[in-house]
Ligand binder design. Structure first.
Ligand SMILES: NC(=O)c1ccc[n+]([C@@H]2O[C@H](COP(=O)([O-])OP(=O)(O)OC[C@H]3O[C@@H](n4cnc5c(N)ncnc54)[C@H](O)[C@@H]3O)[C@@H](O)[C@H]2O)c1
Length: 252
């Protein structure tokens, strides 16, 4: 039955940047669909809190793991901890990301450029590599990266480093998918449009509303179904693709 094929009962998952925001919503959705979930975040306190809340709400097993995705050693230790606790890894959602302040090319410092790339691009790479390593022996796995509409179209206010980092994540998704499908690992990504989270830059809201045909911005709940779909066997024929959830912003 089709709805049964969306179920994730018995699956073991991790979500990076799950202490709050979109990642928290994605982790909650995977747990509601039946998976045990590792809540991975730079801020240990948020990871602990979210893990406890999701466990209470869903009855699924959750663990909190503090990790800096920009540090390969930290990522390797995080994946080792997930394997030690859960026994294996079936689903990995690489959601953690940051955005440096919106500013023009001449005002972006070398440190800001490096920070942007270290987290969004190198961090996603560190996770992809560590996750693929433990999924390959299983002959199956689901890796879901997080792009952005800014990886497709150029935002009217200048944010070149963020856009480039997300375009690279989207292309990394395709290249990784082509290479890993022979091991049964499906790599895909979601690209959110403007989504209400605690630290959303207020200046992006007006820009979004000026173009998007929808009359609201997104919430973490708007991305939950896409991730359950990509994590489940229903999407097994989807390889290296992107689901854009943006209220239609990029069709205009
Ligand atoms: N909110 C939006 O409008 C929007 C739009 C498009 C794409 N995105 C992308 O969605 C993802 C989630 O964004 P969000 O809006 O929920 O942001 P958020 O700031 O609310 O949450 C991001 C989480 O990632 C964690 N994190 C940051 N750096 C980390 C690191 N080095 N290692 C581990 N964890 C780290 C943070 O502690 C935080 O809990 C990001 O990749 C972001 O670029 C967001």
């Amino acid at each position: 039955m089709i709805l049964d094929r969306f179920k994730l009962n018995g699956k073991k998952a991790l979500v990076t940047g799950a202490g709050r925001g979109i990642g928290r919503g994605l982790a909650q959705a995977l747990a509601e669909a039946g998976a045990d979930v590792a809540i991975v975040d730079l801020i240990a306190e948020n990871a602990e809190k979210t893990a406890a809340e999701i466990n209470r709400a869903t009855g699924r097993r959750t663990i909190a793991v503090s990790c800096d995705i920009s540090n390969a050693e930290s990522v390797n230790a995080m994946v080792e901890k997930v394997i030690a606790e859960f026994g294996r890894l079936d689903i990995a959602v690489n959601n953690a990301g940051i955005s440096i302040p919106i500013k023009g090319i001449l005002d972006v410092s070398a440190d800001e450029w490096k920070k942007q790339m270290d987290v969004n691009l190198n961090g996603t790479w560190n996770c992809l590599k560590a996750e693929a390593k433990v999924m390959i022996p299983n002959g199956y796995g689901k890796i879901i990266n997080t792009g952005s509409i800014c990886g497709h179209v150029i935002w009217p206010d200048p944010q070149l480093p963020y856009s480039v980092s997300k375009a690279a994540v989207i292309h990394m998704t395709r290249a990784a998918a082509a290479e890993l499908i022979k091991h049964g690992i499906r790599v895909n990504c979601i690209s959110p449009g403007v989504t209400k989270v605690a630290d959303l830059f207020p200046e992006v809201v007006d820009v979004f509303f000026k173009t998007a045909p929808i009359d609201r911005f997104g919430s973490p709940a708007d991305h939950q179904g896409a991730v359950v779909y990509l994590a489940s066997e229903v999407s097994d024929f989807m390889v290296g693709q992107e689901l854009v959830l943006d209220g239609g912003y990029t069709i205009m």
